[in-house]
Write a protein that binds this ligand. Structure first.
Ligand SMILES: Cc1ncc(C[n+]2csc(CCOP(=O)(O)OP(=O)(O)O)c2C)c(N)n1
Ligand code: SF4
Ligand SMILES: [Mg+2]
Length: 335
């Protein structure tokens, strides 16, 4: 009788420094993403961290379209496209399918990583419900990675729930009568998913500018068991309108200015990482203007807009219950 597939995951120890990172690549040449595309780097690091016994499922978006030109693909591991809002369903269905096949003895019983990625449009907006459902099914191991380039980039940079306040997109072009068309604050997606799914064992935020940390979070998410979620902030030269050589620097600045905090929530415990941790411990944040004014999508910002943006970011660090993560506060006693 076939061995019954339990909830075993691969043992993926963290890479202890850049020199220990494995050299094999599972996302190679054969894609046609823009020069300086940070999301392509995220794909490469994500699957390098996961290793060869991995299935990758990808929702519609730049990382599907630009990576699957007819007759060519950069994916070395098995890869499948799924509908724009379906990264959650694809992750859960694939994990459940593998488990059933192994249980019936129709395939060898072994831990196989299941990773489903989605963009911010596919994850923070359209696919949020399916991701939420998947994060409650603790008997199936999978990782959903949301690569956040802060727009519906593939269809020419429409604004999403992840687009920053005031940014110029094809749906929010600044005009003479109204300078700012997009005046909603960006969703706090990772923390929302962590707070709302108390049995999900791992939620983390990453940025490929901090590559080893990013890969180690992927390895932890795949090893811990059950469904997990990672939110990656990805500078996008086309949508953010900057010189492609600045991608790495902009990722660093997003963290150093406190716009994008790096943290994880593991079994209900929040841990800040790297420069975010230093900020929590008192290191001054860089002014957000250093980050915003390097990007053409904020070129119309006035001093007043920059001050508003700075004040909102200050609030995250000075007033939130858990800095940069959880905004709720308890009402004072008796109120
Ligand atoms: C249901 C559905 N609506 C619209 C589209 C058209 N569409 C394809 S890719 C895309 C943008 C997706 O944005 P995001 O998830 O942020 O990924 P990105 O393109 O930014 O990588 C859209 C709207 C689609 N494929 N399916
Ligand atoms: S539009 Fe942005 S996310 Fe899409 S391929 Fe170009 S750089 Fe990458
Ligand atoms: Mg996007």
């Amino acid at each position: 009788m076939a061995e019954v597939f339990a909830n075993a995951t691969q043992i993926l120890e963290p890479f202890r420094g850049v020199k220990k990172v494995t050299i094999e690549e599972y996302f190679t040449s054969g894609h046609r993403t823009c020069q300086g595309c940070e999301s392509a780097l995220v794909m490469k690091l994500m699957v390098k961290a996961a290793g060869p016994r991995t299935i990758v499922l990808g929702a519609t978006g730049c990382m599907y379209v630009a990576n699957t030109t007819y007759y060519t693909t950069p994916w070395v591991v098995p890869w499948m496209h799924t509908q724009l809002g379906s990264s959650g369903s694809a992750a859960l269905g694939t994990a459940a399918g593998l488990k059933a096949l192994m249980k019936k003895g129709k395939m060898k019983s072994e831990p196989i990583n299941v990773i489903a990625f989605c963009g911010d449009g596919g994850g923070a907006d359209m696919g949020l419900g399916a991701i939420s459902a998947t994060l409650t099914h603790k008997e199936y191991n999978s990782l959903i990675l949301m690569y956040d380039n802060e727009s519906y980039a593939n269809t020419d940079i429409q604004l999403s729930g992840s687009t920053p306040y005031g940014a110029n997109t094809t749906f929010s072009p600044p005009g003479k009568v109204r300078r700012l068309i997009h005046t909603r604050w960006k969703k706090n997606t990772a923390a929302m998913l962590a707070a709302g799914h108390t049995e999900c064992r791992y939620v983390g935020t990453v940025c490929a500018s901090y590559a080893v940390e990013m890969m180690n979070k992927v390895r932890k998410a795949l090893s811990i068991g059950g469904p997990t979620f990672i939110h990656s902030l990805d500078p996008c030269p086309k949508g953010w309108d900057y010189d492609p050589m600045l991608s790495h620097e902009l990722g660093e600045l997003a963290v150093e200015c406190g716009v994008f905090p790096l943290y994880e929530v593991e079994d209900g415990v929040v841990r800040h990482y790297g420069k975010t941790k230093s900020i929590v411990e008192g290191r001054p944040r860089k002014p957000v203007r250093e980050y915003l004014l390097k990007q053409g999508r904020f070129a119309h910002f006035t001093e007043e807009d920059l001050e508003y943006f700075q004040a909102k970011v200050d609030q995250m660090w000075n007033e939130w219950e858990i800095p940069g993560v959880i905004p709720f506060k308890k009402a004072p006693a008796g109120k």
